[in-house]
Design a protein around this ligand. Structure first.
Ligand SMILES: [Zn+2]
Length: 322
């Protein structure tokens, strides 16, 4: 369970709101439909269960990419005195021959090897869901909503965040007054140096894809290139352009920009204005892709929407991709 009292932030775990201002933007469908994984199971005699658990702990647990903390390893079988044990995921050991080879190390008696059981790969968000999944798939252990832990681990520098949101809001208002371009503004913050790179939307008929996020990524690339030319080196973690950057933007990014942020490996995006038709982050936006939090993609980033009225953004047409 989460040690909630230690966190300096005011967290509304139920609503996913931090310090009354930052709404955690998540993929709503993920919490109700489990991603399932196939597991190898064997049947054992009840009196061997302790030794089996010890074998799994010593030889399997640390190597299996699926953490089974929310799953009961052992359940009763239909036969009296016989238990069914999950040994490991099929992600870890794919072929039966390899599985049998692994089991040889245990020198324990087992029978009925199968790969027919499936289990949810992540813990459910509510106790009710835990009971449903336990009936549908395999008995689970309820340890509380895993997202509570995630929220508890967020670190926020609220004065800095407000400063950034104030700056992009002001610049967007200025652009709405003085230019014919879309008043969409972003800021990219380097986590190590805190250097800020601002970018603005500059799409035109000859370059319609110059959204502020794309411009920002380009500017970070140019600045990095310059720095590397001077320092004549590239360290390993600089392979990704915006590794662990925080990105602030006035309007919810479109799918192209949201995807570009995935490729750049940013850590967090905070935006001010949801774009219900063209946005690609909120569950209610666009085609509900929630690109930052999508199982089909191998990378993720955190997303928050600012809920306060302190940093207004100029209105733009609702079918504009930002
Ligand atoms: Zn865009």
């Amino acid at each position: 369970m989460v040690k909630k009292k230690q966190n300096p932030n005011r967290i509304n775990y139920q609503e996913g709101i931090i310090n009354d201002r930052l709404l955690q933007v998540r993929n709503a469908s993920l919490s109700n439909d489990p991603q399932v994984k196939v597991v190898w199971t064997v049947n054992i005699r009840a009196q061997d269960s302790q030794q089996f658990i010890q074998f799994i702990r010593e030889s399997v647990q640390d190597h299996d990419p699926i953490a089974f903390q929310h799953i009961k390893r052992i359940k009763k079988s239909e036969q009296e005195g016989i238990l069914t044990v999950i040994v490991c995921s099929k992600t870890f050991v794919e072929q039966q021959d390899d599985f049998l080879e692994l089991m040889k190390k245990s020198s324990l008696d087992y029978f009925d090897v199968t790969d027919r059981s499936i289990v949810p790969s992540a813990a459910p968000s509510t106790k009710e869901l835990s009971l449903v999944w336990s009936t549908l798939y395999w008995p689970l252990v309820w340890r509380g909503n895993p997202n509570d832990q995630t929220m508890n681990e967020y670190v926020f520098d609220m004065p800095f965040i407000e400063n950034m949101l104030g700056a992009i809001s002001k610049e967007a208002a200025r652009r709405a007054q003085n230019t014919t371009e879309q008043p969409i503004v972003s800021a990219f913050v380097n986590p190590k140096t805190k250097k800020v790179i601002y970018s603005t939307d500059s799409r035109c008929s000859s370059s319609p894809l110059d959204h502020s996020i794309m411009q920002g990524i380009r500017s970070v690339a140019a600045s990095e290139h310059k720095r590397q030319m001077i320092e004549k080196e590239q360290t390993e973690d600089e392979t990704y352009l915006c590794l662990n950057f925080d990105v602030y933007t006035t309007h919810e990014p479109c799918s192209m920009c949201a995807m570009a942020l995935i490729h750049s490996r940013i850590k967090r995006c905070i935006f001010l204005q949801p774009m219900h038709r063209t946005g690609a982050l909120e569950s209610q936006s666009g085609d509900s892709y929630c690109i930052h939090n999508n199982h089909a993609l191998n990378s993720k980033y955190e997303v928050f929407r600012w809920l306060g009225q302190e940093y207004p953004v100029p209105e733009i047409e609702n079918d504009i991709c930002c």
